[in-house]
Design a protein around this ligand. Structure first.
Ligand code: AMP
Ligand code: MG
Length: 313
């Protein structure tokens, strides 16, 4: 299959309209989209990604009024989050309406809804004229794509179209918040921080272990480069093919033993560069990537969530 790489929103949306899939940029990571109402098109996403069958998709919208089409019994707490943070890097889990095929939500009676703030994403969804079901546009398990080049690394010749935009603003995925109960709970930490969410509702917490049941995607190994990911640099005489990413510069002995490294300006810069650094290391056949662990506060919570998943083998 030939993969068309285009910066024409009209052209990319024409693929969605004819029941095909297309990758597109958002402010978090690139997504691989299909018409959420078209089961056959949605099936193509699972096939292309090799995505586990029990892992539901986020449905992306461009207008707030679409929420009522997709979901019902929207709680006051959910409304508050939507009012304040839509459009933005947050996904809300709501009770689903029948209109959405079970294939999208994998049989759950809930639906994940997000409204991207990225202009190009919003224009693309509007041009498609339907809600867009989309996971991240990477092969299942590998690091999420933050540029269209990453999408092509995984899908060149395997999907018909990539809408090529700029590198993504944040580089990490959205925060997934379950709003089906009385008190919203974070199922997956992401770009929108717990601290920001708590400004509108102090009761919001991060769901601990049972999130595995609530959000199927959380139980899989994820976000992983081919290299082994470790937290501690234990051996000062590092061998070749090792890399490091973090905010602090390691000492001279360590630095001189590394094949490559990336010192990030701050936590946001760390979040933004993490996945692209993983991919860069894979391209250079790096064997081990040491990652600085950071306090689980602010965006640090999402960074550590991704790193812990990437270190798990
Ligand atoms: P991604 O695969 O990067 O698109 O991430 C989507 C995340 O949202 C995964 O962790 C999914 O398991 C989660 N998700 C999607 N739909 C639902 C839902 N209805 N209930 C709970 N989690 C969901
Ligand atoms: Mg993903």
């Amino acid at each position: 299959m030939e993969t068309l790489v285009t910066n024409s929103i009209q052209k990319a949306s024409s693929f969605i309209k004819k029941g095909e899939i297309a990758a597109f940029p958002t402010e978090t990571v690139y997504g691989l989209g299909a018409n959420a109402y078209d089961e056959k098109a949605v099936e193509k996403i699972f096939k292309a990604k090799g995505r586990p069958r029990d892992n539901p998709l986020i449905v992306h919208i461009a207008n707030k009024k679409d929420i009522e089409v997709l979901a019902k019994e929207i709680s006051a707490a959910a409304k508050k989050i939507i009012k304040k943070f839509f459009p933005g890097p947050v996904t809300v889990i709501l009770k689903k309406n029948e209109i959405i095929p079970d294939l999208v939500t994998r049989g759950l009676n809930t639906i994940a809804v997000r409204m991207p703030s990225s202009k190009i994403a919003s224009q693309f969804i509007n041009a498609c004229g339907v809600p867009i079901a989309a996971p991240s546009a990477n092969l299942s398990g590998s690091p999420s794509p933050t540029s269209f080049i990453h999408v092509l690394e995984d899908f060149k010749g395997k999907i018909p179209c990539v809408l090529a935009g700029p590198a993504t603003k944040y580089g990490l995925e959205s925060t997934v918040v379950d709003c089906t109960g009385r008190i919203p709970k974070i199922l997956r930490p992401g770009v929108l921080t717990l601290e920001e969410l708590r400004k509108i509702d102090k009761r919001i917490k991060v769901q601990k272990k049972s999130a595995l049941i609530k959000s199927p995607g959380q139980k899989y190994r994820h976000y992983s480069p081919k290299a082994i990911v470790k937290f501690q640099i234990s051996d000062y005489r590092l061998k070749i093919n090792t890399a490091y990413i973090g905010i602090h510069k390691p000492n001279k002995n360590v630095l001189s033993g590394l094949s490559r490294y990336k010192i990030c300006r701050d936590l946001n810069d760390y979040a933004k560069n993490l996945f692209s650094f993983f991919r860069e290391c894979d391209a250079k056949k790096i064997k081990t990537i040491y990652c600085q662990s950071v306090p689980e506060k602010g965006i640090g919570l999402a960074i550590m969530n991704r790193l812990k998943k990437a270190t798990r083998y």
